[in-house]
Design a protein around this ligand. Sequence first.
Ligand code: ADP
Ligand code: ZN
Length: 737
Amino acid sequence: MLVQVAVAAAVRGTFTYRVPPALEPEVAVGRRVAVPFGKSRRATGYVVGFAEAAPDGVAVRDLAEVLDTFPLFTPDLLELVRWAEEYYLCPPGELYRAALPPGLNARAGAAAPRRRAVEYAAPAPGAAGALTALARRARAQHAVLEYLLARGRIPVEELRAAFPAGRAALVALREKGLALVEAEAPLPAGALLAATASAPPLMPDQAAALDVLAAALEAREFAPFLLHGVTGSGKTEVYLRAIAKVRASGRGALVLVPEIALTPQLAGRFRARFGADVALLHSGLSDAERHAEWLRLRHGEARICVGVRSAIFAPVQDLAMVVVDEEHDPSFKQEDGPGYQARDLAVVRAKQAGAACVLGSATPSLESLENARRGRYRLLELPLRVDDRPLPAVEVVDLASLRRGGRPLGLVSPPLAAALEATLAARQQAILFLNRRGFQTLVVCEACGREERCESCSVSLTYHRRRGVLLCHYCGRVERVTPACPACGGPRRGIGVGTEQVEAAVRQLLPAARVARLDRDAVGSADDVAAVLARFANREVDVLVGTQMVTKGHDFPGVTLVGVVLADVALALPDFRAAERTFQLLTQVAGRAGRGADAGRVIVQTWNPGSPAITCAIGHDYAAFVAGELASRRALGWPPFARLLAVRVEGSDDGAKACAAALADAARPALAGQGVALLGPAPAALERLRGKSRWHLLFRAAGPEPLRRVHRLLAPVARRPPGGAAVRFDVDPYSMM
Ligand code: ADP
Ligand code: ZN
């Protein structure tokens, strides 16, 4: 017996192995095996099929072991991986590895299902009477009990997301007999109906969108949708209702979200509605937890998966609907290893499964919008906020004219400062957004002009004042700061602002304000993020300063002011999507304001008040932005009007350059008159990274077929790259750096 095996290594194609007779009963497609690979190395492999005969001239070796007692990959997932491998030109073994939860990848043979019930918390009868006493002596317990009394019976997960010390407070409450904690198996169908009944009545546009989705679910055919709804229009409620219908028909649903750690509320909403029927897959969980959640899906104990990018491969059974929330978010693109785009794979998976697919966003990507315009996706629109809450009023502060007015420019302009003061005086909350970490982003010598740069990466080092160091944001290199220039001894000055400096400026401006910072320096783990967000949600923090981590889909009713410290940061990047990213970020962060009963206000500080990305975001005018941006993409030949293939080369200075030149040579037959343009080879914008020299080639064509021809020409070079460089193909690239 011979089998085809995809080996978990950076090689394309599959390999043939012989199955020793003793292992024959255990071998099946979709199971993992241990195989000898290369120089007697033992590697993990994935059985993808059987073979009739060994390829000529190849000595076939024996499988060493079968690792699983049941197939980890069902036929639908094998089909999806096969599609992704072909399209993204990546090693199949890497995709199979990426498709499994890390806990399962590490442990050989760890396939015994482990049941895990979801825990629920509820207030004990009569607990309300104890509130006053708790208010004085145990504030955390008071807050948790108050929440429980308001919400009734909720998953403990939600409590953990809402309160940093939620778990400990709950245990204390239970010991005092004030709260109940119980485990529960998946909800019976009747309970599901009850949970749905407690949901709010839909707004007319929500109801109309749901009707269309319900009809598609009933038809049981592939149907792709683009759900364009302004921030706060109730998109999530539409997903929840549609998934309730999926469950009522006994089928399963998959929901992809950008980063669960940043939006614990969202996971909480799904758990609150569907209980243990929801499995969560994200990096905030321990490996063991992820493994357990994955198995619950695989065995049909949980039918709804809410997860991040890699959950596109989650083993949801009887898939009827795939949802991608915030479909424009760049985090759906995998940048290391197998470079797939989970949002695009969502459409493919839905097509293969005959399922509905909903891509939702307040600012749909131009790719998805163009698909809707061409009639490939059906467009559903939610143009109004829930309860007709107005979109926040946006004001612009033109930094250039302020400077011409001769006023000294602080980080917080006088209008923003006044708005912050008014917000705090009204006991409301504010978010300040700046898409750059650190205190100062460049340190220069005023005498000799020397800039502090990372030796291994071609970027400036960022000054982090609290830690007292200069830090490379790419490789993590740390240098001590000296007041004098190490080259000439001259005085040094920091320029460029980061979130740490914004935090310091706010503390100085408003000494009484409670300020917290949310960026990768301030918070290490997913738990820390949840803790900061929970303190903000509990109104223990007045002003939250942060990077794009603060722009995600948070729902804080107390926030009435959003300040954008410098709107221009993302605009200056050498990337054809820079304007689109800027528009999306500004719209998302503005959407955090005014989600409660009080109206919101947004203040945008910028040097480019006339740039379309900024004026359209200010005017909440998606249509105007995309009209202009689509026209310029069409004129310049960028996606969605062209397809791109990036070839990334990394190696020594000479090696990378030589390899890039060899690749350009090899591609020549595909270029002349064949409708393919080659940009480069050129050093990448990030010319050096972690000590390696980087070159890029960017191929552009009207459709994917000519680019596949390019790949066929380059593949032999990539297999044995000159100069010892490493070559990576990136299909539909996002990063232009
Ligand atoms: P989006 O996902 O579009 O940003 P959400 O679904 O988060 O919007 O809805 C915004 C807020 O409005 C949430 O607090 C949600 O619970 C609430 N909401 C959604 N739909 C309704 C409705 N039909 N009636 C009342 N409140 C609603
Ligand atoms: Zn570096």
